[in-house]
Design a protein around this ligand. Structure first.
Ligand code: FEO
Length: 162
């Protein structure tokens, strides 16, 4: 059975994933307003991924006979000054989420909750992949600086995300 502390921490992560989903949906809308449909698509896919992450935590809590407690979700920003600023914010956010996942893993280990430890391993690996993907785009944006040509080429590239 899940400890109350573990259950509370997993519910907090559901809220964090819901915030992530809304953050990327806001970025998708903002990218669309900048006429960068490829980036809008990329962030929409990111929104879908975060929603899937949230649902994984919900399913796990239910499998463990825990209580799902949905809390109010903080509002994300609605605007950013540039695509570079959006990816800098995305990178910072994913690093924060990585820390949250590692904290959960530390707690599961401390409680010798092996089932939760095993469940969280997928997220530990997923965060490595998320950070690498975001960093790759961020570096390209930094290289192209304010070049509109570079931004449009990148827009086309990220718009192909499956
Ligand atoms: Fe749910 Fe982007 O980590």
């Amino acid at each position: 059975m899940l400890s109350q502390k573990m259950q509370d921490a997993l519910n907090a992560q559901i809220n964090a994933e819901a915030y992530s989903a809304n953050l990327y949906l806001a970025m998708s809308a903002h990218a669309h307003s900048m006429n960068l449909e490829g980036f809008a698509h990329w962030f929409r896919k990111q929104y879908e991924e975060e929603t899937a992450h949230m649902l994984k935590f919900v399913s796990y809590l239910l499998d463990r006979r825990g209580t799902v407690e949905l809390k109010a979700i903080n509002a994300p920003p609605a605007q950013w000054e540039s695509m570079l600023a959006m990816f800098e914010a995305t990178m910072k956010h994913e690093e924060h989420v990585t820390q949250l996942i590692h904290n959960l893993a530390d707690q599961a280990a401390a409680e010798r909750d092996h089932a939760t430890s095993a469940f969280l391993q997928w997220f530990v690996s997923e965060q490595v992949e998320e950070e690498a993907t975001v960093d790759s785009i961020l570096q390209k944006l930094r290289t192209s600086k304010d070049s509109i040509g570079g931004l449009l080429v990148l827009d086309h590239h990220v718009g192909k995300r499956a």
